[in-house]
Write a protein that binds this ligand. Sequence first.
Ligand code: TMP
Length: 207
Amino acid sequence: MFITFEGIEGSGKSTQINLLYEYLKGRGYDVIKTREPGGTKTGEFLRDFLLNNEGDINPKTELLLIMAMRAQHVEEVIIPALKDKKIVLCDRFTDATIAYQGYGRGINLSIIELINNFAAEGITPDLTILIDFDVKDGLDRRMNDTGYMDRFEKEGILFHKRVRDAYLKLSRENKERFLVVDGSEPVEKIHEIIKDRVVSLIGSGSF
Ligand code: TMP
């Protein structure tokens, strides 16, 4: 079973992925936690470059770097784990590329789809948890937590608003796959909502 977490910067998705991971592990499930960009040795090296490089990285290069990381991640981590019937929790995946590189940077969606089909080998999530949150509050929260802003976080508020709107659009277009939760609710309440959905998905026995 492949479950992805999405949301704008500072939405709280990393907290929620950790809580779900601990919950599932505690219940004896074979579960792994991974992330994009990154998730492999090669990917983490490229992630650092992508997020922290001070030089100019144009949108096409950015897209291709992200897809290179995805190709490595899918082949090295995700496909083997799914073959072993593990539950894979992934912090961001293809929806992030559509939201950030597509709606954020303005790259043609059909080009993203084409390259993504090659990189992701047709892997799509069984469930995507979107933690929706106010853009400004998210950026403030991120700044307060880390005291640092990476290449994406430094983008203007309008960029992040486009990303948030894109995620909401994707959730409306893929209602079956998406669970949208309000990121301004207490952490424990959000965890309960996510847990209930995941438990019912596992119980459905389709995986
Ligand atoms: P993180 O905030 O989840 O650690 O992700 C790092 C950044 O990577 C985040 O600002 C969004 C960006 N990103 C993209 O722009 N496109 C993608 O496809 C992915 C997976 C992440």
